[in-house]
Write a protein that binds this ligand. Structure first.
Ligand SMILES: [Zn+2]
Ligand SMILES: [Zn+2]
Length: 239
């Protein structure tokens, strides 16, 4: 990064702290560091009625969803404070595909203001991107979410504990079964010394959970005893 660009970013950061922010969704006045107005913040879809194990949004209160009753997921707990619906989905796609890091910061602030996870892990492990995709996007959205959350909760960030050992197809167009196959063997875990007993894998959107399940298995095989999964938003059930 050139010196000038660095200086510009520093100035941007300082200005951001001084000037009132604007709502990323409607342009009204933001709320300090949170670039959302109170009305748009109130509309962010909270994931309150959900499966206790996989955080799937449910229509009515039940402890577990049908899928978790049939087959227990490999992780121990899930913390997914929002539903992947408008207007949060709009912020997320700007963050993930539009290079909008301000949207990313606002999304992590929303997570920090949500009800806390029941148990805090010792470390956060972001789901890695393959090198080729990282090169294209310039940043890993899971890492960008995990960084401020680790600071907020006072837990370590192990950014390299999981590595992607091979590129995978984008999961978006795949069925649940194809997703499982697509990510099988795609990750490796390594720790400097003894792994922590309890970690949380962090991703941006939790869709079928295939990636998070595979990451959980790899971390448990590497010796982690408890693996939770954290994501910003949970997609509704797919038929
Ligand atoms: Zn607004
Ligand atoms: Zn479930």
């Amino acid at each position: 990064m050139s010196v000038n660009l660095k200086a510009t970013r520093l100035v941007d950061g300082a200005l951001e702290a001084l000037l009132p922010s604007h709502c990323l969704l409607c342009g009204a006045r933001g709320q300090g560091a949170l670039s959302l107005c109170p009305a748009c913040e109130a509309e962010t879809p909270r994931n309150v009625v959900r499966c206790a194990r996989c955080a799937l949004p449910l229509e009515s209160s039940a402890r577990l969803c049908g899928r978790c009753i049939k087959r227990e997921p490999p992780w121990d707990a899930a913390w997914v404070p929002f539903r992947y619906e408008w207007p949060l989905a709009q912020l997320e796609s700007r963050f993930k595909f539009g290079g909008d890091l301000a949207a990313g910061r606002t999304l992590s602030l929303l997570c920090m203001a949500a009800p806390r996870p029941e148990a805090l892990p010792q470390a956060l492990v972001p789901v890695p991107l393959h090198r080729s995709r990282l090169r294209g996007r310039g940043y890993n959205q899971a890492l960008e979410l995990a960084k401020p959350l680790a600071k907020h909760f006072g837990v370590r960030l192990l950014r390299d504990a999981l590595q992607r050992s091979r590129a995978t197809k984008a999961q978006t167009e795949l069925s649940a079964m194809q997703r499982r196959r697509n990510v099988r063997g795609a990750f490796a875990a390594s720790f400097n010394g003894k792994p922590p007993e309890h970690v949380a894998v962090v991703d941006d959107v939790f869709t079928t959970g295939a990636t998070l399940a595979e990451c959980t298995r790899v971390l448990k095989r590497a010796g982690v005893q408890r693996v939770d999964v954290w994501a910003l938003a949970r997609a509704p059930a797919r038929k």
